[in-house]
Structures are given as C-alpha cells and as structure tokens.
Write a protein that binds this ligand. Sequence first.
Ligand SMILES: Cc1cc2nc3c(=O)[nH]c(=O)nc-3n(C[C@H](O)[C@H](O)[C@H](O)COP(=O)(O)O)c2cc1C
Length: 750
Amino acid sequence: MVDQGEPGGVVQPAVVEGRSLAVLYGSETGNAEDIAVELGRIAERFHFQTTVDEMDSFKLADVLRASLVIFVTSTTGQGEMPRNTLKFWKNLRREKLNNTNCLRSLRFAIFGLGDSSYQKFNWAGRKLRARLLQLGATEFFRPGEGDERHDNGIDSIYLPWYQELKATLLADYPLPESLNPVPDDVLLPPKYSLELAPAMEFVLPTRPKARTMARSQDDVDESRFLALKTKSAARSHVDRSVTQEDRAYEHSIRHQASFPADIARRDAAFEREEPRRYDILDRDNILKDYPEKYLLQQQPARVLESPPDDLLPIPDAHNAQLVRHDRVTPAGHWQDVRHLRLHVYIGDKLIKEALEHSGQLTVVLWPKNYPEDVQELIDQMGWGAHADTPLQLKSAPRGLYVDNQRTATLRQLLTHNLDFTAVPKRNFIKDLVHFTRDEREQERLRELTQVGNEQEFYDYTCRPRRTILELLRDFPGVKIPYNRVLDLFPIIRGREYSVCNGGLSLRRADLRHVLSVELLVALVEYKTIIRKPRQGLCSRYLKHLPVGTRLTVQLKPASGPRLVGDLPAAKRPMIAVATGTGIAPIRALMEDRDSYRRVAGDTLLFFGCRNRAADFHFASEWPTYPNLKVHAAFSRDRIEPDPATTATSPAPSDTLAQSLELVYGAKDTVQYDARKNYVQHLIRKHADEVGALMRRNPIVCVCGNAGRMPISVRNAFLDALVISGVVDDKEEAEKWFANPANLTFWQETW
Ligand SMILES: Cc1cc2nc3c(=O)[nH]c(=O)nc-3n(C[C@H](O)[C@H](O)[C@H](O)COP(=O)(O)O)c2cc1C
C-alpha cells in the first residue's frame, strides 16, 4: 500500500476578512478554464477566499460580493461569447442596466483568448470588458489578449501577464503583516473529497469483457435492443419512463426483420469506390510542411480491449449507437480519416424536431481510456489495492459525470473521467514535487516549472506532446495519493465534431426516434521529435471503436449564422471554401440545400486537399448536385486536366497575371506563387465566378484548418473582388467584405 502522506506538507490558506477573489471563465474547449484554475490557485496562495467557476454559474449580485474578479474568456464562432457565458452575458446586456453605474463597486481584470486569424480577434473579451466599464466597473489590472497564432500559443502573452498580475496583487492588495503567501513548494489542501466507501458496502465490479472491432450484425442488433432496454441508466433531460411509443419502437426494431440488412445495404452504397491510386506516405512533403506531425511507420495492427461502453449521466445528452465506422483514406496514406455514423436516440418528439430545425449541428463525444493504459497507471502509482474499491465522492469538479446510481471506483474514474493522456500543465508538474521523495526528481520537476525556463517546459511537454502517463514513467519515484486524483488530473472533456450530413439523411423516415448523424474525423496521429507515435485521446478511442458501441452524446447547434433548414438561406448563392475534413459542415449544408432541390441557390465550392485519390472526400457525390461547381486544389498531385472538376492548371494565366496587376501593381504580381495549388490560388484564378456570386448577396463559408489558410483565403477573396470589378481597389474590398449587407460570412476553423 502506498504511503498517502505528502512529503512537502499541506497548508490551509488563512481566512482574511473582506479578502475574496472570483475567477469567472467562458470556455468552449477548456483553454480558458485551465487558465482560470491556475489564477484561482495563485489567489488562494495569496489568502483570498477564492471561487473559480464558469460565468453562467454566477449572478451579477454574486459578482459584486467578491472584492476582486478576474474574467477569463475565449472567443468562439465569429467573435461570439462561449456557450457557458451566454446567460451571464444576456443579463449584463439588459437595457435597463444602461446608465445605472450598477457595477461601480466591481474591481476586475480580464484575460481574453483568441486567434488572430479570425476577423474578430478576441472580441468576446473586448465586448465583455467594454460593457463592464460602461456599467461603472474599474479595472485593477491591464487586460491581456492571448493569441493562438503566437509561437508558444496563448502562453506567449499569458505568462508575462500572469507574472505581472501576481506582483500587482501583492503590491496593491497587501496581506496583513502576520501573514505571508503560501509558498509554491507547499501543497494546498485538496479541493475535492474522495474517500473509500465503508467496507461493508463493497461490491467489486467485474472487469470489462474484451471486445474487438469485428462484431457481427447480430451483436449490433442485440446491443441496439439492449441500449433501448437499459437507456434509463443514462440520466438526461430526455430520460423518462418508457412510454408506449418507445415500446412500439423497440418492437419495430425487434420484429422488422429487414431493418439491419436494409440499412447495411443502403449505408454501403456510398462507400463503394474505385480502387484508388495515392501518394504513399507523402513523406517528403510531410517532413517539409509539418516537421512535428509525421508518421514514419505504420503502427502494427493491434486488437485492443475496448473500454466498457457504460453510458455517462451527461446532462442534456442522448443515448447513441455507432452503426457504421469506415476508414476513408487508403491504408498507406499519412492521414487516417474516419467516416462514422451514429444513431442518436431521441425519444422526445419536440426535442427531436427542435434539433432537426436548429441549424448546423455538432456532436459532442466523450472519449474513454483503454483498460491497458488504466492498468499501467494503476501499477505505476501503486493504487492496485484500491483500484476496484467503491469510492465516496463528496464533491467533484465540474464536468465529472459519474452515475449516481452506482458507486464509482478509481478504475472507473480513470476509464471514463480522468484524462491522463493529456499533455501535462505547469500546475500538474509543480504539484508532483510533493509526491516524490527522490531529491533529483524534485529538482528536475522544479526546474521544469521555474520562471525563465518556459522554453524547456515547452520542449519537454508541448513540443513532443508528451502525455501525463509518459511523464509519470520518466519520474518513477512519483506516487500520487489516490485521494488527490480529482485535484490533479484534468477531466475528460467532450470533443465537438461537425455533423457532415443533413436533409433527408439526417431525419430518416424509417427511424422515427433516431437522428442519424455522420461525422468525418481526421485521427490525430503523428510522430514527434521523440520519435514515438502519438495519438490524441479521442483519436485513440475512435480508432478502435467497434460498430455497436453505445455512447452518450450531446447534439448542439453549431456556432454562427443559421444556414440550414431555412428556405430563404437555401435559395441564396453560396461560396464555400473547405480544406481536408473541413468539408464536413459544408457537405451537411449541401445535403440540406439539396432537400430544396429545385430552388437551391448556385454554389461554388473550393476544396483543398493533398491527393485526388486519397483525400478528395465525397468526390463521387458532388456531380449529383445541381447548381454546384467544384474547384479542387490537390496540393501534392501533379497537375493534370481534371474531368470531374473544373480545376485545371494552378499557374496564373496571362489574364490572371494582368488582373493581379490591378490589385498589387505590376511589380508585386510575383507575390502570387504560381507553383502552389491551394484553395486561395483557385479563388483568384476563378475571380470572375466569385465576383458574379458576390454581387448576389451570397453566403460565404470557410472551414478547415486554422493558421494561415483563413487569412490567405480572405486575402484571395479581396483580390477576387477587385479582379472581377465588384470594387476598385483593395481598401474598398476590405470594407465591402466586412459589410454584412453584402454577404453572410461563416468561418469554422480549428
Ligand atoms: C469554432 C471556433 C471559432 C473561433 N472564433 C474565434 C474568433 O472569432 N475570434 C478569435 O479571436 N478566436 C476565435 N477562436 C479561437 C479560440 O478563441 C481559441 O482557440 C481559444 O484558445 C479557445 O479557448 P477555449 O478552449 O477556452 O474555448 C475560435 C476557435 C474555434 C474552434
């Protein structure tokens, strides 16, 4: 049994009257939340009574109660506030608060997270700050704006901001003379309480049975049926006692003999493709373009024991089942892209209808850890004696979904809830110092997180994408007490994916209680500088997920303007730009527009990928759409005339060169790189077609990888506006493009 003592000792911060600090965050994927947690710890060490929570859990009156408030928010959509701030933000914007100076007693600071490739960089933070100031609040520290585009990401701006904030807090809000800050090398008490349940109540859970990818259709049907029967295990807002309607649905699945075969036949139809030629591994280019993201060798195929598919009690979620799972890129291609189909069971007719008509959808999936990784961590930490003992969770972090009906064990938490394959954060490493008695390990851990050693920290963690599990392997002396796991390990967050189907394929007439959603997912797999294949948690989970697996998922409307399920939107022309799996939401739009077949507006699609044969997703479907013209850019293929699309040579023709002189002047026309074949080059090349649609109040969508692509595409659109004569020069083009009266713009890049 592991010694649960903590070598450095634990110090409880003092309670100082009138000294409180609240950190309120708005976060979509957790970056802002991580920063908020780190700021909360600093405040605790400075003896502030500290609260850290999402903005929506606060009322305005609560905010006024804290002596200081720090807001941390990312920006989402097109300059929008994250979802977990919307209630708070709506309250703050109430007209009746105008001119009331109602926040005059509030002292706040704000840190925004954003990406400067978006037109509305850090708008959420800026909007929030402007409104707080307008309502009379005072800033006690300068605002910070982190940018994902910086070399070290958000940290480039955040770290100096945070150091300065610490100094300001100590200088401007001094502690009573008798009190010093809790030093960094002393541990704070755990926030969350996790204890072994009294011995009499022990019920040892059985270990999950091994399952593999290959499951028979009978298995699928049986588990589909079981999923229905046991769906009450997952508590959600749609969960209720089984109605007659549900029974009828169960009955139809049980007795409709043609159901599985029928679906399988129809589902297989779109997958039948000619054998494809492709550029095996494409290694030179990968090394050149993405030195940290290449796959040098295929991993040997392994059959992994799947995690148990227990359904988590996620709020506002639905039970679902994986009914199709195909790799769509050829086996040797550098990128593994999967096409998945999920049947999401929605018993409540009204909710189903609301989702069908709520615009573009995203699916949120919660990945799980594999049993062999869980066992490795248990062995490494010496938790074997307690791994399957029921636990009592008296308090738990936000986002930890544990079924109240059953008593959780450490193994279950590690399987379903704790993300020990995440890249370790600074705070995690700082805390480990307390859990090893090996002085060399302590010294090394301190070194890694010391101020001034940011580059070393980055080189050890982020650059090679080292996981927590791997870090713990490097420090064998570290033994984390099991009752600290909720404080130390990040919680597994839901991963959001754009639904890639729409219209009739989403609302299948033959499955009344089901939304049939499809996803196109690029698995994140690469070799890093430490030459070990890496996988993201969700990629590892999805890669081996057998057909028939039950899941709990949320369905959410995507951010941005509502473009589907809306006749006036369907009638408008559309210019869509997508790269790689960014085609997913565009394909959903196309299917939706197709349901208005005769009236759907003209559409121009610019699609960019590497090889026609390997990753030209949905290529066989595009010719079936009326009013759609596709220009595809294959960045790694030799340029050949293309019968299927209108994309031809990427080299600028004389006329294009002349047109570009309009924008840049003759001397600078060389800036246009004739040897490359990316979507932005095709936009310029087909400027006249772009201009013709731009004149007709189009919807313009840009989806795919973040980084330079959205900026280059935007510049190409500006050029196209000048070349096609919509405006006279680039300055005018900027104004024209930013005016929502001329076009509806939607960008979704990641
Ligand atoms: C779909 C999407 C939309 C985004 N929109 C914007 C934007 O309009 N402006 C901006 O500055 N950053 C934008 N970002 C960048 C995020 O703000 C940035 O990645 C941030 O680190 C996310 O933090 P979070 O995990 O706390 O949400 C967007 C990111 C995504 C994925």
